[in-house]
Design a protein around this ligand. Structure first.
Ligand code: DI6
Ligand code: FE
Length: 405
């Protein structure tokens, strides 16, 4: 059924721009035709004809846009629980890396895994996100670090999108770390692996955006520049892990390439905020990594808010710094740790997360013409979706007009 009428509901449309309220319509109804939103508004004003559609009584529940997780690394093999224990025992990043932990331990596991094994290992993580109201997921490469292994990751991501009622978009993150065979030779790795691999991924239709890890322990803006220039020449948008552990000027660098988003941002400064504002880049905040690493400097949410920079929230689901498979919990962390408001958290996982993926025309709000991706929640107010820790309120998610789960 990709057409129907959902009635006797309160709508939180999330339509509007940064700083807007939830766009509440009480006593509302939502009409869907062929998988797209045809009309949304007060049920008393329902246009003639829509009342002939097959109707669902929402029993006074709340309809919100299906959630968008705009930053995940959910395709990987194995886990890093041992590293978690080492960190609890006081080991630092360097000691863990020397013991074979860190990103490169996931690289070894991904290189050893088949594409089928990556799909099988990642499907439960995708299902966990979908069970929490998510309808769109971004999935990055970044644990292969050879051309073939990075392509294998994105092929697995594309298959995950075909296996579930959800939208999966992919991001090329070969510039996540330098593999052992290129130690100390970052520029060579970018030129011999990241760029030709991107070209191969683009030829195969595997990539929707390009990302990089801009950090003293990863890549500098100068090292990333040829990759971002190639991405733009191929017509692909860019985004960047920026200012997570220090300030490398990553946000301003990415803004110069018209980045869709800059992500993490704990060490973002005024110049970076101004550059993001000028470029229309979205700030993607990742409280799972901040919490897991026990960071002490939070991203400058108040300054981003004051500058009118759109703010999104995502899980950063990855085996090392953010083994977080719940966007609901990510919102609670963003509110409690970063002091985002409830409307900012809900906009951050809908309208602004869609913006961070370049998907604003298609999903992220309840507006006529968009894909009918929404969730009917049995809650007393939208604040419950940020408030509960570990409890998923009863709900029915609709994807392109069809009940998904
Ligand atoms: N920043 C992070 O926190 C993750 N990647 C990145 O660029 C770390 C990923 C991992 O530890 O596996
Ligand atoms: Fe990340």
């Amino acid at each position: 059924m990709s057409s129907g009428l959902w009635r006797n509901a309160n709508l939180a449309t999330l339509a509007g721009g940064p700083g807007a309220d939830l766009g509440v319509i009480e006593g509302g109804a939502l009409a869907v035709s062929e998988g797209r939103i045809a009309w949304a508004g007060p049920e008393a004003e329902l246009p003639a004809g829509f009342n002939l559609l097959p109707a669902t009584d929402c029993r006074g529940g709340w309809i919100l846009p299906a959630f968008v997780d705009c930053h995940t690394h959910l395709v990987f093999a194995g886990d890093r629980a041992r590293e978690f224990e080492m960190r609890l025992a006081g080991a630092g990043y360097e000691e863990i890396a020397r013991a074979g932990g860190g990103i490169l331990s996931s690289v070894a596991a991904v290189r050893a895994a088949s594409e089928d094994e990556l799909v099988a290992a990642s499907l439960p993580r995708l299902d966990a996100l979908l069970a929490g109201g998510v309808g769109t997921v971004e999935i990055k490469s970044g644990y292969g670090l050879t051309i073939e292994a990075e392509l294998k990751m994105l092929r697995a991501a594309r298959r995950l999108g075909a296996l579930r009622p959800a939208r999966v978009v992919t991001t090329w993150l070969a510039a996540h770390a330098t593999p052992p065979e290129y130690r100390g030779r970052n520029a060579a790795y970018i030129g011999e692996v990241a760029i030709p691999g991107l070209e191969a991924a683009h030829r195969e239709g595997l990539v929707d955006a390009v990302d990089g890890f801009c950090e003293t322990i990863a890549f500098s803006p100068n090292e990333l520049a040829p990759l971002f220039a190639r991405a733009r020449a191929l017509g692909l948008p860019v985004k960047l892990h920026a200012e997570q552990l220090s300030n490398s000027g990553g946000a301003a660098f990415a803004a110069g390439f018209g980045a869709l988003s800059c992500d993490h941002l704990e060490h973002l400064d005024a110049a970076g905020i101004a550059a993001m504002r000028g470029a229309g880049a979205t700030a993607v905040l990742l409280p799972g990594a901040y919490y897991t690493l026990r960071e002490t400097q939070a991203p400058p949410a108040a300054a981003l808010r004051a500058a009118g920079v759109p703010i999104a929230v995502a899980t950063d689901l990855n085996p090392g710094t953010s083994p977080l498979a719940s966007l609901l919990l990510a919102m609670n962390l963003a509110a409690t740790l970063f002091r985002l408001t409830v409307p900012e958290c809900l906009a951050g996982v809908t309208r602004e997360a869609a913006r961070a993926l370049g998907l604003s025309a298609d999903t992220g709000t309840i507006e006529a013409g968009k894909s009918a991706d929404f969730t009917v929640w049995q809650i007393s107010s939208p604040a419950e979706l940020v408030y509960w820790i570990g409890l998923v309120p009863a709900h029915t998610r609709i994807f392109r007009g069809t009940p998904a789960c």
